[in-house]
Design a protein around this ligand. Structure first.
Ligand SMILES: [Zn+2]
Length: 381
């Protein structure tokens, strides 16, 4: 373990810190970073509360200065763990024997899947800022294409962004080609929307990995993140239930990777008070960052770029339509009373874009939350 200064507001790639690296000797260091489960509650690892001091103290002098959106000069995180993903390590109790452990008792990692979705992602970012915390977001490719601005805001605030496939398919049910496409296009789409390199961190939708998808992603040098504590926020609209779920599981686990979804109102409503409660109980927050950025494949970058361009054009189109409906007088700033009425919510949404290929499943860009997998996700992960 070593200690390094960290500036987490710069892109995640600039962030280094106390490193507990999950790697193996001889890992591919040069080849393009060969890049890189089960909704059933896991058995959970045995908490070794007696074998280690409860918490690692924050080391004086290691906190980044002046990096918090709330104006604080003290980070809410207790340490930064840099992950070397070159060997495709796995984290989380879904992986049992193969799991790489990097957390001490009392330490938690906050993770948010399925977004970005502005309505819930932004309040979550605000809550994290309130405590000067950094989290990891596993974004869905087509959600990122649909809302690159929010994804870029996640990055701007210093969080780590990983990938959660292109369209939230159950990877274990896919053949080799569609499985590869789900992974690669997801990675390329999130990277293209972010506009900066992202982390080679991946989480399987529904926490459902298949043997071949696991092998493929591992071979790409991507870290695979399961979970230890499930908020089950997709099953409830109540922030209080989310809070109770997490506290109850943590009582048993004592530490771990916590799973939330930044498309869920229950989590958006719970996260601030949950963080406060975790702090009261003495939990420490760990920020995970990658040792090296994710490497995408050019053929999928090209598809992602095309989709992002189509989405941007659709958004510009919608703005043009709006301007035609409520013309803005460039010659003079209209008085407030003369200002055109705000467009209706529906008018503000970008026009749906139909994929060029009829073979591609239609996706409602204007209403990503209407997508079938998201509707289904209220009953799954
Ligand atoms: Zn998911």
């Amino acid at each position: 373990m070593r200690t390094i200064r960290c500036n987490t507001l710069a892109a995640l790639a600039a962030c280094v810190g106390m490193a507990v690296i999950a790697t193996a000797p001889g890992a591919h260091a040069e080849t393009p970073p060969p890049l890189a489960p089960v909704g059933t509650p896991f058995a959970g690892e045995t908490p070794d509360v007696d074998s280690a001091p409860l918490l690692k103290p924050t080391l004086p002098g290691t906190e980044p200065v002046g990096v918090c959106a709330n104006g604080s000069t003290t980070m809410g995180i207790s340490r930064v763990v840099e992950i070397d993903t070159s060997t495709g390590p796995e984290f989380g109790s879904q992986y049992h024997a193969s799991e790489t452990k990097f957390l001490e008792p009392g330490e938690v990692v906050l993770t948010f899947d399925d977004g970005p979705m502005r309505r819930y992602t932004i309040p979550i970012l605000d809550a994290l800022d309130e405590y000067c915390l950094k989290a990891t977001f596993f974004s869905v490719g087509r959600m990122a294409i649909a809302d690159p601005t929010t994804l870029q805001e996640v990055i701007r605030r210093g969080h780590t962004v990983g990938v959660h496939t292109w369209s939230h398919q159950k990877m274990s049910a896919l053949g080799a080609a569609p499985m590869k496409r789900e992974f690669e296009l997801g990675l390329s789409a999130v990277a293209a929307s972010a506009g900066v390199p992202i982390a080679p961190f991946f989480r399987f939708p529904y926490l459902a990995h298949g043997k071949s998808s696991l092998a493929y992603i591992r071979g790409r040098g991507v870290g695979i993140f399961g979970i230890h504590v499930d908020s089950r926020d997709f099953r409830t609209k109540s922030p209080g239930v989310v809070l109770r779920n997490v506290l109850a599981e943590l009582n048993r686990e004592k530490k771990g990777i916590l799973l939330f979804h930044d498309i869920q109102p229950s989590t958006a409503g719970a996260i601030s008070s949950l963080i406060a409660e975790l702090k009261t109980r003495g939990y420490k927050f760990v920020h995970i960052v990658p040792k090296q950025p994710a490497t995408t494949l050019p053929e999928f970058d090209a598809i992602a770029a095309k989709m992002l361009k189509a989405k941007t054009a659709a958004a510009a189109n919608a703005l043009a339509t709006r301007a035609a409906t409520w013309p803005v007088n460039d010659a003079a700033t209209p008085a407030a009373a003369d200002a055109p009425p705000p467009p209706a919510e529906s008018a503000r949404k970008p026009a749906p874009v139909r994929p060029a290929s009829p073979a591609t499943k239609p996706f409602d860009w204007a209403n990503p939350s209407n997508d079938p997998w998201q509707l289904k996700s209220f009953g799954t992960q």
